[in-house]
Design a protein around this ligand. Sequence first.
Ligand code: AMP
Ligand code: GLY
Length: 426
Amino acid sequence: MKVLVVGSGGREHALVWKLKSSRKVDKIFCAPGNGGICRHAKCVNIKADNIKALADFAHRNKINLTVVGPEAPLANGIVDEFHRRKLIIFGPDKMGARLESSKVFSKDFMRRYHIPTASFQVCATAAEAIGFCKTVQFPVVIKADGLAAGKGAVIVKDSEQARIVIEDMMLKKVFGSAGDRIVIESFLTGQEVSIMAIADSRTILPLLPSQDHKQAYDGDRGPNTGGMGAYCPVPFVTPEMLQQIDELILQPTINGLAKEDINYKGVLYAGLMLTATGPKVLEFNCRFGDPETQAVLPLLKSDLFEVMMAAANQKLSSVGKLDWHQGAAACVVMASRGYPGKYNTGIKISGLQNIKDNSSFIFHAGTERKGDRLVTSGGRVLGVTGMDRDLKQALNRAYRHISRIKFDGAMYRRDIGFRTAKPINQ
Ligand code: AMP
Ligand code: GLY
């Protein structure tokens, strides 16, 4: 079978690596890929947002399954286009992707199906939003409706800060049309966890829970990033909690999607806050998380290709349960100095060739090959994942490798997993 993975980050590297291990996969392509992915897949120079060129490529090369990494092509209808051309693809269609691409749709959907989430108000004008903020108890979270590259949610402490954020989003349009409408929601406290699940419009199959680290610096300080590290599983998420999450969140979501005739064959990612009164949805994403995927997939024993194919053909119920390796995995992201703000690229990366360890994975994100040199090409550069019998050992393994990888300006958090374990050797 031939597979095409769309995207170029650490998530896509993990997907390529895992899919390639399937006995059923003979050939794997990645568009556009990166400097590490091209060691495992044939990289094709088509950008992830060029839907027509991707469909043409899949058609010409008789691709049996296309797997979409990032949200933008899903929100822009890549699945709809592939379906029109009778090409098999793993991902929700444009209507399904609104669970991520529109916070207003997502919150209204949760309200319709009684899915636990923070209480909220949708506002269509700045005056309405500023007026509403006179009635709330701070802090609140203000969210732009549309996609805003992970920057569209702001925690505000008082009405003056609320006014500034509302005006930025709705009048100055700092996120463009994504800020035409906003959601103002109550602030929740607790531990955050990521639950990714494979769905096929009828059945939903959760993967192991993971936890991301969104802020740039140790101790959850600094600006929000795409994610600086993740680990899997999350020890404080008990089997009882998982059952509750399934009953209160995953099942009602898949049932709601089916009721609305939404074609959702892909990953449903629920970003949850485990509050004192139970799990609540902070956000839905319509794709695999990054870096979560780099910590979750190494633990998956089941054949991911078979699972995705079953989902794409709406036969997920035949898969039964997923099999997992024992132990834990931890991914630590190495980023360029300055990320998530401005950073330099083209910096030589060295030390990777010294790492020979079957229980570790160096997933590439922002890297490219220049002749025989590997250089940086993005903010998040590498995801270093260690696997071991427990989280502490997995973290030690990841950090041990990180200490041997060098590039000028490399930065990484030294406290991944700090909410549950203190790694040694750092
Ligand atoms: P979102 O874009 O909705 O995922 O929000 C980004 C981040 O903001 C989340 O991962 C949380 O850390 C934080 N956040 C979002 N909504 C809330 C909320 N209602 N209460 C507390 N924190 C939140
Ligand atoms: N790591 C968060 C995300 O993928 O959205």
